[in-house]
Design a protein around this ligand. Sequence first.
Ligand SMILES: [Zn+2]
Ligand SMILES: [Zn+2]
Length: 256
Amino acid sequence: MIANYHTHTWRCAHATGVEEDYVKAALEAGLEILGFADHSPYEFPPHHKSSFRMATSQLRDYCDVVLELRQRYQGQIQIPLGLEMEYYPQLFENMMEIFRDYPLDYLILGQHFVGNEYDAPYNGVASRDEALLQQYVRQSCDAINTGKFTYFAHPDLIHFLGSETAYRHHMRDICREAKSCGLPLEFNLLGLKNGRNYPTPRFWELVAEEGCTVILGVDAHQPEALLDKNNEEQARQFLQSLGITPVDTVPLRPIR
Ligand SMILES: [Zn+2]
Ligand SMILES: [Zn+2]
């Protein structure tokens, strides 16, 4: 692995280690590109409190710290500045306006909830609800079509336990949309490491059938995650068994 675009910081309240520790780990791991993409702030209605993301008031400091590291490690490693973000239709445009004032290089899509978060369940909760699966797929396709995202992190986050036929039918739409928009799909190494419901082989079979571009993402919430070559190797072997060779780098899509 020479690039990881999916790195968190302590600001999301469920990651550990200071930013520079991630850079040092990345250098030790031989990375040439370390992209920070912490959980983006989102301006919600006052009744909703989101527990896994920085506040908008922390965004300036986040940008400053990452840019300072970029300067300090110039010539050793590239450090693009990004955010991992959901597409919430009622709130997305407002956030894009807010982002105009910040030097962000890219966004990755991580669709943790459907709807607008305050009005829907977490997508990782097991469910047999086909309507929910359909909503996830529709919203993901809408997100892809905004053209704002560089890639789609853990696209198989949705934990659907209903019929396999329905799963394949609906989830194939994500693959087709990603393919037609040239959007890479991320094979998530954190999910693999922790035995989460994603990555799920049934989804990656579809990815192989549709010929999508695939990139590995560490989704690092601890600096040491960047050093786990064993986990990376397992991912590569699995993808290889499906005939998928992940790309090493992706072009960053400008957000404005
Ligand atoms: Zn996280
Ligand atoms: Zn993440």
